[in-house]
Ligand binder design. Structure first.
Ligand SMILES: [Fe+2]
Length: 183
């Protein structure tokens, strides 16, 4: 499976621009973290793209988040290498159980992507003006982009320095900025 095939599958189940953008940004961060950590970039990117595939279909029933996604992916013939981390990424069900590198990266990418994009909005949509310093400052402001769980962002501290993680997140989201409507 390549990036375009994953995006096509995602778009069969996700229609809102904001959620598509979230998946694209999360995938970009996943790919960057994989590269940094010597992991499989393509695999990480696909997991990022597909991780919230069930979000519209569960209709805010968060108990089903991940489980329904897993069923969608299995029905589409996707293997467990991709489908299992997605099944388990719902931190409301599996918090405290993340020990695999791919699962830790997904927790961090899922949350830091929103924080970095919110930082870009503050700068008039210019992701090119966001720096690790900007993100560090906004991370500490708990009321800023409050939905971006700081504890989940911090999970990657066990894998790489925080500043470097921010740098990767910014660089990778910058690469896909056209798809996110950022400049
Ligand atoms: Fe997500």
């Amino acid at each position: 499976m390549d990036r375009n095939e994953a995006l096509s599958l995602l778009k069969e189940h996700v229609t809102t621009e904001s959620l598509l953008g979230h998946c694209i940004a999360t995938a970009a961060v996943m790919k960057g973290l994989a590269k940094e950590l010597g992991e499989d970039e393509n695999l990480y990117e696909l997991i990022g793209i597909l991780h919230d595939i069930d979000f519209q279909e569960i209709d805010e029933d968060m108990e089903k988040h991940g489980e329904v996604g897993y069923e969608i992916l299995k029905a589409a013939g996707i293997g467990d290498e991709i489908a299992l981390p997605i099944r388990r990424h719902n931190h409301m069900l599996f918090d405290g159980e993340y020990t695999e590198t791919v699962e830790i990266c997904l927790q961090t990418a899922d949350s830091v992507s929103g924080l970095v994009i919110a930082c870009a909005y503050v700068k008039g949509g210019k992701i090119t003006e966001v720096t690790p310093k900007t993100v560090t400052k906004k991370y500490k402001a708990a009321s800023f982009a409050a939905g971006c769980d700081r504890n989940r962002i911090a999970m990657s501290d066990s894998l790489l320095p925080r500043e470097r993680m921010y740098e990767i997140a910014i660089n990778e989201i910058t690469e896909v900025r056209d798809e996110l409507g950022l400049t």
